[in-house]
Write a protein that binds this ligand. Sequence first.
Ligand SMILES: C[S@@+](CC[C@H](N)C(=O)[O-])C[C@H]1O[C@@H](n2cnc3c(N)ncnc32)[C@H](O)[C@@H]1O
Length: 301
Amino acid sequence: MSLLLDEIALAAARLAEAGVESPRAEAELIAAHVHGVRRTELHNVPDAAFDARFWEGVGRRAAREPLQHITGRAYFRYLELEVGPGVFVPRPETEVMTGWAIDRLREMDVAEPVVVDLGTGSGAIALAIAQEVPRARVHAVEADPIARDWTQRNLERCAAAAPYTTGRVSLHGADFTAAGPGARRAGVLPELDGKADLVISNPPYIPLGASVPPEVGEYDPPAALWGGEDGLDAIRAVERTARRLLRPGGIVAVEHGAPQGAPVYWVFCEEAGWRDTRNHKDLARRDRFVTATRPGERADG
Ligand SMILES: C[S@@+](CC[C@H](N)C(=O)[O-])C[C@H]1O[C@@H](n2cnc3c(N)ncnc32)[C@H](O)[C@@H]1O
């Protein structure tokens, strides 16, 4: 066995002992990052090139720092995003909801669909939609200035790779819980009232006091996690905001925690002004997001 493979096996054992879920895969990903190769190319790394930064990365991961903070990268659909302290690391569950929204947008008989992403964080959802539905105009809303710096960085990164994409994403520093017309505070994006074709959000939805793994509790920003006593505070705000922003026939998609499928379904009930409300599952077959349509003449998607 080569020195590198020996070291990876030792590192995997150390990560397993620290409670890391996929220790071998993560040890390989740290090695690949340190050597600037793909995981599948590790066998090409000469033993002489072995790098001590590998053990520094393994130590950080054993202390339960997220892999994505160690590598500085997160992968989301077809995007490679920059992430680190102060921004939520995008999750595979959210890729499923984003894929659902992309399919609906592609079916829509609208020349340039208007999309709003509430709580954009790294920009994962907004940028994936802009990349995969190039005719969409995407408005990304984020209240936290530190998270917004990461969004901006990713907008620029994607602009460099594909200039047509970023031109269609506008970043707005705003609080999506602000109330709408008639209230003292203006709602977010008042210029889009009744005009949006799709509102999408992965808001904070963990109930206060719930226990979370160290990678989440110590590294994801609190504003990205906690959703009040029952976890639904931000989801209720998304419902109110989506109701104001969407045009008749426009659709909303909101992510939630696995046990929240039933309560979130009722947040988007007929009495609140919605039709075709549906629960959707993630790849692990757990309830993960709810979609609903604004009643009215246009019924795209
Ligand atoms: C769970 S993270 C999701 C980030 C990204 N959309 C994703 O899926 O990876 C929620 C994001 O919403 C932002 N956020 C929370 N409450 C907000 C509010 N009231 N207004 C605007 N953004 C908010 C947080 O700062 C955080 O970036």
